[in-house]
Design a protein around this ligand. Structure first.
Ligand SMILES: NC(=O)c1ccc[n+]([C@@H]2O[C@H](COP(=O)([O-])OP(=O)(O)OC[C@H]3O[C@@H](n4cnc5c(N)ncnc54)[C@H](OP(=O)(O)O)[C@@H]3O)[C@@H](O)[C@H]2O)c1
Length: 404
């Protein structure tokens, strides 16, 4: 990596930290409003990496709002332990079995329910298996939080699928998961519509009042400003040449932001088509309940948050011989006082989950929480489409599997 890029990334880190301190002060003074999330009651959410950090705090907040939550985790043990913790803290019903996506689960219980399901984002096969089990369960999905992530492994690791670990775990597998779950949701809706028509109550459209809109949230990061995709796109899947741990993380976070924007463009287009269909080809699309109730994709920067990911990153940034001195500083002072709590960060996710479609659709939500500015590259629709198509190719998605 070039020296100028190093300096840019360092300055970016300092800028992020300064912005974060302001946010932490506001969090502590209660100036960042908490969301009223009653609209989530009875809904079903999947949170990847829901067993720790921001994902665990998000699951907790969703359950307290009355939503059912599936913790999609790579470790059954860590998942079950998180589910137990959540059941104790929120009063929700915990799952005790391992086949949580069995068809018998379809009827929602009275109290919100937390479930654990295996998902290893370092494996495309694991993602496909998860989607298969989900489809077989017949469940309706209301919210997908693509949260799981890793940051800056000390050396380059390649997954069994042949991709650099951060690229696949943070981005590519989430692309596959979101694409397949949305596709499944769309076909479920078509079946429901056809059933309603057969029963003589037809006329509703995809976004009609009888269907529940889906929301997909991608955890991005302010570090996406440091991404360098334009020059390295051809090498992104492998990141072999000139691999730099932090650069690779930044790139993966720009990819998630581009994916959120591209997915939202597809959602908007589908809602417009549905509106045309509803109004008849001659009439202009009605302004719109269609657009208000449409599916939404949105990206989030939760701030710098006191989690394993952040602690590990800061500790590793110090040369090894100095770590006996620096580790306690990060452990007891820096992280607990200068970083956001996971609970506060989860409020940004909840904002993205509950704000009106017109406000957050296709946007990048920052701390506070509100819609924030992103990099110029993140707003480039050509780059987003190119990445979407490349990702479909890398995941070997057949034409009938790819969202259109
Ligand atoms: N913390 C921050 O300052 C910060 C800032 C900006 C953005 N973010 C983003 O926020 C998200 C959550 O991070 P966090 O800070 O909460 O980190 P964290 O506490 O380290 O939690 C990460 C979660 O991701 C899971 N995970 C990692 N690799 C996985 C894989 N291959 N398959 C399935 N799950 C996997 C972890 O599972 P295990 O428990 O099994 O390891 C864990 O549940 C990440 O996308 C991160 O990039 C964080």
């Amino acid at each position: 990596m070039k020296l100028t890029t190093h300096i840019f990334l360092d300055l970016l880190g300092v800028g992020e930290l300064l912005e974060n301190i302001t946010t932490v002060v506001k969090d502590r003074l209660g100036l960042n409003p908490r969301r009223d999330c009653r609209q989530l009651a009875g809904k079903t959410a999947i949170v990847t990496g829901g067993n720790a950090g921001v994902g665990l705090a998000t699951a907790d907040a969703l359950l307290r709002s009355g939503a059912n939550v599936v913790l999609a985790c790579r470790s059954a043990e860590r998942g079950q332990s998180a589910a137990k913790q959540l059941a104790a803290s929120t009063g929700c019903v915990g799952d005790s079995g391992s086949t949580v996506l069995a068809a018998s689960d379809v009827d929602p219980p009275a109290a919100p329910r937390v479930m654990v399901e295996l998902l290893d984002l370092a494996s495309l096969a694991s993602v496909r298996q998860f989607v298969q089990r989900w489809a077989a369960s017949g469940r309706q999905l209301d919210l997908l939080v693509c949260n799981a992530g890793i940051m800056c492994p000390p050396e380059r690791v390649e997954t069994a699928d042949g991709f650099e670990l951060q690229f696949q775990s943070n981005y590519l597998s989430h692309f596959l998961l979101a694409n397949c779950l949305v596709k499944h949701q769309q076909s479920l809706r078509r079946q429901q519509q056809a059933q309603r028509r057969r029963r003589g109550r037809g006329g509703e459209t995809d976004c009609g009042e009888t269907t529940r809109p889906l929301r997909v949230i991608f955890l991005s990061s302010m570090t996406h400003f440091g991404a360098d995709l334009a020059t390295t796109l051809a090498d992104v899947p492998q990141s072999r040449t000139g691999w730099h741990s932090f650069q690779s993380y930044c790139n993966s976070k720009l990819c998630t932001l581009l994916a959120a924007k591209q997915l939202d463009r597809l959602f908007v287009r589908n809602a417009q088509l549905a509106a045309h269909g509803a109004a008849g080809a001659e009439a202009p699309p009605p302004a719109s309940t269609m657009m208000l109730q449409r599916d939404v994709a949105v990206a989030v920067h939760p701030g710098l948050v006191d989690t394993f990911l952040a602690r590990n990153y800061f500790k590793q940034s110090v040369p090894r011989p100095l770590r006996p001195l620096s580790d306690p500083f990060f452990e007891h002072l820096f992280c607990p006082y200068l970083l956001r709590s996971p609970e506060a960060a989860a409020q940004t996710v909840l904002y993205a989950a509950t704000a009106p479609a017109a406000e957050v659709g296709g946007q990048y939500c920052g701390t506070s929480p509100h819609v924030s500015k992103h990099s110029a590259a993140a707003g480039d629709p050509v780059l987003a489409e190119h990445l979407w198509e490349l990702s479909a190719h890398l995941c070997q998605l057949g034409p009938s599997e790819l969202l259109d």
